[in-house]
Design a protein around this ligand. Structure first.
Ligand code: PA5
Length: 448
């Protein structure tokens, strides 16, 4: 069974006839998605599973094979859409402990997603004395977090490798012609990969942005693209009542009930980074003009021991979307003990996956009884195909949700505000006036 929507734990929270009434808004959103209005041209992700660049996929596989052959570690520099998808895939397909597993592929470290010197220091220490390759990913080529990390990592590599060796080890994923990074890569002779013009960062995991690091981890990137294509074909076939559109419709109906927070829950810790990727996708796409569902996430049952109380019993502004994996990779059976000290002797020999399933069901029933609707999205297993299906499902659902809400899913004007302040405060030339204003503001805050 492919990725699918299970509605029964959500439907009881919707007045009869409401889903049918929302159809006209779905149709309007669908028209926007088909026409990508507003002069925006960021819909390259939509047909990507059909018309992706075959030559570039082969180039990615060749680069991944080279990195696997000559490196013990791949450092990936990128922030936001330029790292979350790849990291989510590595953890989903392998493990959150990927770097500690016994394997014949390189460790993969993600940096350049903060300004933390401690974090960067720890990664560089872990790379000391090991053969290293670098994939720097930035569509704009000017993102400060990534650019600063690039200086550090390149310096680190220059201590070990000469310019010619660096050309075998540094791979740059950026705009096909614009930006400082592209110019620098061309000048130094680094191999480059393209972030297509019409694909924004958070919709880019199925391009070289995600596919190169994922391929280095040993995953089959063609199977990922195949999964995305299967999902696309199925959504097209199902037409206006497809699962992604229905998910978008439920989200919207819950939002109108005053449920302004969506909790994406999973029962597999390997899905945790997928929830981070999902948060960026929905948060950056929807949260604008004073509108939008706040995307939050929980890993269960872990977080039932932290914020479970709130979900069950706190302010009723929530709905949950639970992602449920049907098959586990390893069958772990609960061991027996010669003394039943914990009173759990009845579980001896039971599969842990069955216990997890019952915990899932118990949680679902408890939360719905507590007044929290639950939308369920099922997938079969942690493999490349289902990763591709999930990603494409969420892309479509997200774009539709945003259009239903009346916002542009493909821009992110709000992320500039912190950057302007930061540039002013770190003394970037051209920001002198803002710096003065900010320092005055800070001073007045202290006076009060
Ligand atoms: O989704 C987005 O557009 C952003 O999250 C970007 O991916 C992020 O800001 C990084 O940008 P860039 O790839 O230009 O460095």
């Amino acid at each position: 069974m492919p990725v699918r929507l299970v509605e029964k734990y959500a439907a009881e929270f919707i007045e009869p006839g409401k889903l049918a009434a929302v159809r006209s808004r779905l149709a309007a959103a669908d028209a926007c998605l088909m026409e990508h209005p507003g002069g925006n041209d960021f819909k390259g992700w939509y047909d990507l599973p059909i018309n992706y660049n075959r030559d570039e996929v082969a180039q990615i596989e060749a680069a991944a094979a080279k990195i696997q052959a000559n490196s013990e570690v791949l450092i990936v520099i990128g922030v936001g859409g330029s790292y979350l998808g790849a990291r989510a895939a590595v953890e989903f397909l392998h493990s959150q402990y990927y770097n500690s597993l016994k394997k014949d592929t390189p460790d993969i470290y993600f940096v350049g997603n903060s300004f933390s010197g401690d974090d960067l220091h720890d990664v560089l220490s872990a790379c000391e004395g090991r053969e290293v390759s670098l994939n720097v990913i930035s569509k704009s080529g000017t993102t400060t977090e990534s650019a600063v990390a690039f200086r550090f990592v390149r310096d680190f590599m220059l201590r070990r490798y000469n310019a010619e060796q660096l050309r075998e080890r540094i791979f740059v994923t950026t705009d096909k012609e614009k930006g400082a990074l592209k110019a620098f890569a061309d000048r130094e002779g680094y191999e480059t990969f393209v972030v297509p013009d019409d694909i924004g960062g958070r919709y880019s995991v199925l391009t070289a942005v995600g596919l190169l690091p994922i391929a280095v981890s040993g995953a089959d990137i063609r199977a990922i693209l195949g999964g995305a294509l299967d999902m696309k074909n199925r959504l097209d076939l199902q037409g206006m009542s497809n699962d992604a559109y229905r998910y978008a419709a439920y989200r919207n109906m819950f939002y109108e009930q005053g449920r302004t927070v969506e909790m994406l829950g999973c029962f597999e810790p390997s899905f945790r980074m997928m929830t981070e990727w999902w948060k960026q996708l929905f948060g950056e796409s929807e949260g604008k003009n004073g509108k939008g569902i706040f995307p939050a996430s929980v890993t269960l049952t872990t977080d039932l021991h932290s914020i479970g109380q709130y979900i069950q019993d706190g302010r009723r502004m929530l709905f949950e979307t639970v992602v449920k994996q049907k098959e586990t990779r390893y069958e772990m059976r609960v061991p027996g003990m010669n003394t039943d000290i914990d009173g759990l002797g009845f579980l001896a020999g039971e599969r842990l996956s069955d216990v997890n399933d019952r915990a899932y069901l118990g949680t679902l029933l408890a939360h719905t009884a507590g007044g929290v609707p639950n939308i369920v999205i099922e997938y079969d297993r942690r493999d490349e195909h289902d990763f591709g299906e999930l990603v494409y499902f969420f892309f479509v659902a997200c774009a539709m949700s945003a259009y239903m809400l009346g916002v542009n899913p493909f821009d992110q004007p709000g992320v500039e505000a912190y950057k302007k302040n930061m540039f002013a405060l770190i003394g970037k030339p051209g920001y002198e006036k803002q710096k003065k204003e900010l320092l005055n503001k800070i001073e007045s805050l202290y006076k009060e």
